[in-house]
Design a protein around this ligand. Sequence first.
Ligand code: GCU
Length: 724
Amino acid sequence: MRFFTRLLLSVLFCTCASAGAAPASEDGYDLWLRYRALPAAEAARLAPHARAIVAPATTSPMLDAAIGELQRGVGGWLGTAPARTDEVRAGAIVLAMPATRGATAAWFDGLGQEGYRVLRTRLEGQSVTVIAANTDRGLLYGSFAYLRGIATDGAQKAPDLRSTPRLPLRLLNHWDDLNRHVERGYAGASIWHWWNLPDILDQRYTDYARANASLGINGAVLNNVNAKPDILTAPFIAKAAALANVLRPYGIKVYLSVRWSTPLELKATATADPLDPAVAAWWRAKSDELYAAIPDFGGFLVKANSEGQPGPHDYHRSHAEGANMLARAVAPHGGIVMWRAFVYSEDKPTDRARQAFDQFTPLDGQFDKNVIVQVKNGPIDFQPREPVHPLFGAMPRTPLLMEFQITKEYLGFSTHLAYLGTMFEETLRTDLRPGIGAGGQAATVTRVLDGTLDHGQATGMAGVANIGTDRNWSGSHFDQANWYVFGRLAWNPEAGAEAIAREWAAQTFSRAPRVVDTVSAMMMASREAVVDYMTPLGLHHVMGTGHHHGPAPWVDNLARPDWNPVYYHRADKAGIGFDRTAHGKGGSGSAGQYAPALARLYEDPASTPENLLLWFHHLPWTYTTRSGRPLWDELVHRYDAGVTAVAAMQKQWDSLAPYIDPQRHADTAQRLKVQHREALWWRDASIAYFQSINGLPLPAGARAPAQSLDDYKALKFPYPPGNG
Ligand code: GCU
């Protein structure tokens, strides 16, 4: 079809849509890269500036990917994809590298290896849109940025963008098993079809890569941290290599999780002792084999001596000795080892929240250069709210990588709407040395990651993926936003959760201000709502055993004390909360693991942020909170606030029915209904339980739980997703 005929059709279509017809149904597969026909006025603005794509003559897979995406995007919006040419002409999009004829040197200033500049300018006398970068990777990211700009702004303004990533490692961690089960996955099976690989390549692999490249995500750990030895056998290396070939044109490197005892279990060695020369030789040879198959292989992720996984401690060797042995195997190839700090001991009676710090800080300075210690955002385990992990800022001679969980293991799976941008941002912005940076730059967690705090090496962020075979990738439409915000913050940790929510909403649903305002308002309030109805005031780990679905604060019979909710909330007749103040005051001492200025805040209930009160303090039920309400009344108030906030989200979403396509609107409405029911359940079961402990009357006006405590305790959930 000729361009103008198509344009006319799209004009007609868009006029109908704005005249009141409901938007056409969508299943969410396209994520935020939807490229639907633009309304006439916008198409008319864009068309004269997107007539062709001028690209360097030398081609590369990444350059082809960039051009392919520009053609897909502009083609979707205008009806005709701009052709590729090597001649500069008026109205073209020019992909420029420093060698491009007529290019201005200043375009490339400070862009490094990954940055880009997008601007409207003149080249060889013609008015063009330039996407400039020093590398084809930069051109790929610049092309996606150009498309995002139009998708969010409707081609209102001439593009003028410049960006470089703040962090070099922007990684997804897939907790995907080789049988396609996804640990803590709530979006179907693993997208990696290991059985069919390497011969059969699913289109999803390419679309996954496109989505990641659009955010700047540049690495994927393919398999679960609870790894099997099989991943390092020749057949699985060939499968991983096939995936690497699909992901490479989109700038994504492949990494693998490895099980410490692999050579022993594959019967190649008699031990897994890192200091045994045969063990080190096996890992060297295995690394050589991996790099022969995947020349740009990224490296290993290791969960060792954690939750029953084997590790160097089994041979009385330290984490550093273990990590360094692996690091030396991949170092000749430029690989890295990401060694997880998620450890807590089976036989130590000390507070679980302090154990990683106790084990790792003595090792600061002992790790090889290509080892990065990967630390969860908080000291327990991805709770709806945790204080920052005390290791950040405490290992100045060791590069630390942030681990966030995008999949919502503890925040309502993919049923509850909880935008994690605010949670990620809260961690990244935490000032590790409050007061000390006064007048200067605060000592934020971001600055640990970018290496400026202790003048170390810039690292990055890893996000435990929420991606699966569900048609919409993430289980719910709103969970796509958590993948999105992770990627955008990994590129720029200071980009702002709200700004990111708005750009996601505009691309995913509609640019209409009413939609963007309402959707982003829902998102911005959503995580706090979950905290309120699940774990207010610093409570944590009170979820159902194993699957972590629903409230179970009463559980006290699990093998290890620190698996039991009662261990964490410590409620008794007199009070509630975990005393983590100094030993001398009777606490576990974990508040003292923070730098002195932060530790001082956390030592005193009066200066502890109220949203972490019961994380750090055991307080009487009568303790006066900042609202003036006694602690018990405040707790009930928070549970109620959480439920009310979900009801408000339902109303907000209902109001958008005319603007959102029926399929995605109905799916989200159903989920919000379940969320409201489950928020009430959390509230009622928690209140029923704590009331059974403290024997206090409910605050005036508070509604009694709908059922008895025994009813809540009796609930069972066979076959929960993501577990086992
Ligand atoms: C949590 C999660 C496990 C996971 C572990 C980890 O405990 O429930 O499924 O294996 O974290 O991060 O290693």
